[in-house]
Write a protein that binds this ligand. Structure first.
Ligand SMILES: Cc1cc2nc3c(=O)[nH]c(=O)nc-3n(C[C@H](O)[C@H](O)[C@H](O)COP(=O)(O)OP(=O)(O)OC[C@H]3O[C@@H](n4cnc5c(N)ncnc54)[C@H](O)[C@@H]3O)c2cc1C
Length: 298
């Protein structure tokens, strides 16, 4: 007899939800339903879910905070996994922090500040998870995860726990070694420097104010849509081409920051993809620059 996938999850004592709108789990507020959505609390649950997916040939993917994702209007077939429970813990030991990949990057920055540790101020306000930030090598205002990560502990595709050191992580602009395979980052170890808690707080608040004044945070988005092309800035090129305010459906090039596409309410994934294509074409024609997407389309 063929036991349904969801019954197998129940047998393993794993909680799940069916037909979950991904628009509720992405900062863009875009995306159709995921067949099954599971939050795992520890490594053994994570391994059990992935083993079951492999055994039943059910596709699966991991999301962090969904702040760099553009999810298809038809949703995601198979299982979407999110890390919670022990993956949200942050442990400070001297100048070293071990953070669960499911913890919020902003919470990590706040914990570092409370412990008078400097180096992570740049990350305050990046709305990702620690795992997503390591995966993307997130960065801002002259800092990037590369500067503070010592190593990442992961689950490899064969379900072995392993570690990559900073040299093996191959971190560069919005790139990490994890982009080439089905690895799941579990924990990230960071090394910071002793600093002054008040000065760290002041710098974090200054950077947050910059974000508030420059970015359209009042609308759903996935941050900068395009990577920075060599020798130019995507936002400046888009503005130069007169594309501010250009729209497809409810997807609009932000007037406040032309590197952002905002969802003015009910934008679809297709609206965003069509607008991205218009921007890429017009920027290429008028400036000669190729723009490549930073946001990940699923
Ligand atoms: C308003 C706004 C401002 C932003 N500002 C910045 C900025 O200043 N700098 C910047 O770099 N980015 C910025 N971003 C983009 C985004 O926040 C970052 O890329 C962030 O690192 C994504 O993390 P996430 O947890 O949301 O990942 P998700 O969007 O959920 O996932 C992104 C990718 O990472 C993978 N992933 C996530 N977690 C793991 C894990 N544990 N193991 C393996 N793979 C994983 C996912 O599978 C996916 O492929 C901004 C976004 C918004 C909405």
């Amino acid at each position: 007899m063929n036991i349904p996938f969801t019954q197998k999850l129940t047998n393993l004592n794993i909680e799940y939800k069916e037909n979950v709108p991904m628009s509720e789990h992405t900062s863009f507020k875009i995306g159709g339903n995921a067949d099954i959505f599971i939050t795992v609390k520890n490594i053994s649950e994570l391994k059990a879910v992935i083993s079951l997916c492999k055994e039943t040939e059910t596709p699966y993917m991991l999301i962090g905070n969904g702040s760099n994702l553009l999810i298809s209007d038809s949703g995601i077939r198979g299982v979407v996994i999110r890390l919670e429970g022990e993956f949200k813990e942050i442990k400070v030991q001297g100048d070293t922090i071990v953070a669960g990949a499911g913890a919020s990057l902003t919470k990590l920055c706040l914990d570092a500040q409370k412990a008078s540790l400097t180096g992570l101020e740049f990350g305050y306000g990046i709305p990702g998870s620690v795992g997503g930030a390591a995966y993307m090598n997130a960065g801002a205002y002259g800092g990037e995860m590369k500067d503070v990560i010592v190593s990442c502990t992961h689950l490899d595709p064969e379900l072995n726990v392993g570690t990559l050191s900073i040299d093996e992580l191959d971190l560069s602009y919005r790139h990490s070694a994890y982009m080439k395979g089905e690895y799941i980052i579990l924990f990230v170890t960071l090394k910071l420097k002793e600093g002054d808690a008040d000065a760290i707080k002041a710098r974090m608040e200054e950077l947050m104010q910059k974000r508030i004044s420059k970015q359209p945070l009042e609308y759903p988005s996935a941050g900068s849509v395009f990577k920075r092309p060599e020798g130019a800035f995507a936002a400046a090129l888009i503005e130069e081409c007169g594309l501010k305010g250009r729209s497809v459906g409810k997807a609009v090039v932000s007037e406040k920051h032309s590197g952002f596409i905002i969802n003015k309410g009910g934008a679809t994934c297709q609206d965003v993809l069509d607008l991205v294509e218009i921007i890429q074409r017009e920027v290429k024609e008028k400036t000669g620059f190729d723009l490549y997407r930073e946001i990940i389309h699923i």
